[in-house]
Design a protein around this ligand. Sequence first.
Ligand SMILES: Cc1cc2nc3c(=O)[nH]c(=O)nc-3n(C[C@H](O)[C@H](O)[C@H](O)COP(=O)(O)OP(=O)(O)OC[C@H]3O[C@@H](n4cnc5c(N)ncnc54)[C@H](O)[C@@H]3O)c2cc1C
Length: 474
Amino acid sequence: MPVPLSPPRSGRIVILGAGPCGLACADELDRLGHNDWILIEAARTVGGLASSVVDNAGFTWDLGGHVVFSHFGEFDRLLTELFSEKELLHHDRSSFVRYGKGWVPYPFQQHLHHLPRAEAQECLDDLVTACLQRQALPPGSNFANWLRAQYGSALVERFFTPYNTKVWATPPERMSVSWVTERVAPVNLDETLRAFLGAAEPPMRRWGPNSTFTFPAHGGTGEIWRRLSARLSNDVRTGTRAVSINTDERTVGIEDGPALPYENLVATLPLDQLAAMTATAPRNVRRAGRRLRHNTVVMVGLGYRAPTTDERSWLYFPQPDVPFYRATNFGKYAPANVPHGDTSTFSAWMTETSMSPGTRADLPALADACDAALRRHGLVPERAPLAGTHVEVVPYAYPVPTLDRDQLLATVVPWLEARRIHPRGRFGTWRYEIGNMDHAVKMGIDIARRLVRGGAEELVHPGRKPAGVGGGRS
Ligand SMILES: Cc1cc2nc3c(=O)[nH]c(=O)nc-3n(C[C@H](O)[C@H](O)[C@H](O)COP(=O)(O)OP(=O)(O)OC[C@H]3O[C@@H](n4cnc5c(N)ncnc54)[C@H](O)[C@@H]3O)c2cc1C
């Protein structure tokens, strides 16, 4: 049943979580002159998944490879308000997939001519057949079926299945296709064939919204959120965890201190946790929350006392003998990511390894395996001394679009919305297709506007089926 958009209200707004979404919401409330808000954040620092840390050796790391790109004027405006032009670095994406002993430019499916001839031929045959036979998939089809229908079996077996199983820590058969819009590159058969026949390198290297990207000159991605937090009219209450919600009394219980009354609650913490801590939620809502799936990512940052001549941005690794699915050349994003900004002495590789939540990983062994794989695949010289290792476990990294995700969301979200609890952001909406920083900011701004002025939100329509908005990577 559609839930009506709430009329504008001007009472106390409590925001849970000072990641990009929560901070953007508070900032927009300030802009609208509505200062009656409280932002509480469980961690000691702001930025959430998009924060950055400096390790003991002086390397700056993100919690996994972040790049800044935008679909929204509001996000662009925020960046220009927070940074001068010289405080942002601009890059052209240079991204490759490791395949055997070679490197295939991203998107893989568009560059089959970089594969050994016989394998390229096999992939191309299947791709042509798939394109000729393509029919609309029946509703409820899974991601594995979709991949085969789009790209043919050979490409799926050689690249898509191993890579996606690795990133998501979930077999594609258990995933839906409602999220793929801008997230998985389409194939231009004409260009692929022309490249295979030696006519031209396809222009698809520029595919997608992050073919160019921006990065802060200092402080990593987290610098954006530190600056945004610093300009807010109220302090962010960091180190304050929300532990319970009472929808009858409209209060949020926090770990240390009296409960906080709210008129409206904007919740950017993971939706499964939100449902679990709402004691007044009926059993079906809490059960649906528990069935949402996510993965965990371990970021192992490896700093070397050796420069790199590698000009590429990031590299994908579908092979099972490499722990990580992606390695990012982080010193290239900004020299300040290495100690003293000295890229003639240091280099920095940021690796991301995904796993099922609750996996008991041997982190020192994982760090050693990541270091060994970087050397084995020629990204780091064999004798380069390690200057620092930094490990960050990100328990909630990717919200997995499982087959039943939209049904589960349809049980949880309208119930919360009807009680003035507005789940927003990457894990608040649990929708990977709107899970980037620009989406999170847009959602934060839009909910602030709706609560103060009324009106609709662009990415989220409570009670309506999720819109098919896509965008970028990770
Ligand atoms: C590996 C990886 C790579 C990524 N790469 C990119 C990229 O290249 N480009 C891009 O645009 N985006 C990228 N993203 C996505 C980006 O990190 C998110 O879009 C963004 O951080 C979402 O912001 P958010 O505010 O919705 O949520 P979050 O950043 O998750 O913030 C939620 C906040 O809520 C807090 N919280 C949780 N529980 C409680 C509680 N009980 N009480 C109070 N506070 C609580 C958390 O501590 C956190 O600070 C990536 C994400 C990952 C994991």
